[in-house]
Design a protein around this ligand. Structure first.
Ligand SMILES: Nc1ncnc2c1ncn2[C@@H]1O[C@H](COP(=O)(O)OP(=O)(O)O)[C@@H](O)[C@H]1O
Ligand SMILES: [Mg+2]
Length: 226
């Protein structure tokens, strides 16, 4: 039996905006196993970001059940959610979210400060993460001194430093040219294989579907194919 990593049952999420009710997630059911590389696609506004957010405990659903790596998170407190995110989850975003006045290595180290680790151990871990994304030779560059693809590799190194069980990426190649996009997907694929990290990746680009082990398609707040 494969190990279930994420399970959503009858998940609902609405937004209210100036008197309108938007059903962002309308009864979503999906199960993702450990080690899968899931590609999530669908038209703008169909609920992809909302689904990632509730799967990862960044947002709570209005109704339904969500279990992540054995922990029920659909009603969890913010304190518990942030603890689960810190231990189990990595995030990568379209616009990289790097701190502009920190170098690549400092951006990665920053997620481990302040904490229990000594500075030497923090540096060792950051170097190790940079090596995994093949960016050690750029470690002292500021974000503005990195290409788009290099920025995203820095962000991925930051996201994997605590060896997350699941990596969520919301259109990670949306700001990259085609060649850099393929490189980022190759990198995610190799991390998926080497570290066994479950991958949930949102993209618009049909050319990237081949990197996944599974394609999930959404429309109007529903999963229509999985
Ligand atoms: N904070 C919010 N307030 C109001 N409406 C929102 C909010 N977030 C998302 N929505 C709406 O919910 C729907 C799903 O959004 P989203 O999950 O961001 O879609 P996608 O990522 O597939 O483009 C859209 O109609 C969007 O406008
Ligand atoms: Mg989105």
């Amino acid at each position: 039996m494969p190990e279930v990593m994420i399970k959503l049952e009858n998940v609902q999420k609405e937004f209210r905006l100036r008197g309108n009710i938007i059903r962002a997630l309308a009864d979503v059911n999906i199960e993702i196993n450990a080690g899968e590389f899931v590609i999530i696609m669908g038209p703008t506004g169909c609920g992809k970001t909302t689904m990632l957010n509730v799967m990862s405990g960044l947002d709570l659903p209005d109704d339904g059940s969500i279990v992540l790596d054995g922990e029920k998170i659909d009603r969890a407190s913010e304190e518990r959610l942030s603890n689960i995110r810190r231990r189990k989850i990595g995030f990568v975003f379209q616009d990289f979210n790097l701190i502009e006045n920190l170098t690549a290595i400092e951006n990665i180290e920053a997620v481990l400060w302040p904490g229990v680790l000594r500075s030497k151990e923090i540096e060792d871990r950051a170097i190790n993460a940079l090596r995994k994304v093949d960016l050690l030779d750029r470690k002292d560059n500021l974000p503005k001194e990195l290409s788009g693809g290099e920025k995203q590799r820095t962000a991925i190194a930051r996201a994997i430093i605590h060896k997350p069980r699941v990596l969520f990426a919301d259109e990670p190649t949306g700001n990259l040219d085609a060649a850099a996009a393929q490189q980022i997907m190759e990198l995610l694929k190799s991390l998926n294989k080497e570290m066994g990290t479950t991958m949930c990746i949102v993209t618009h680009d049909k050319g990237l579907v081949k990197y996944g082990t599974r394609l999930v398609e959404m429309e109007h707040g529903r999963v229509v194919k999985s």
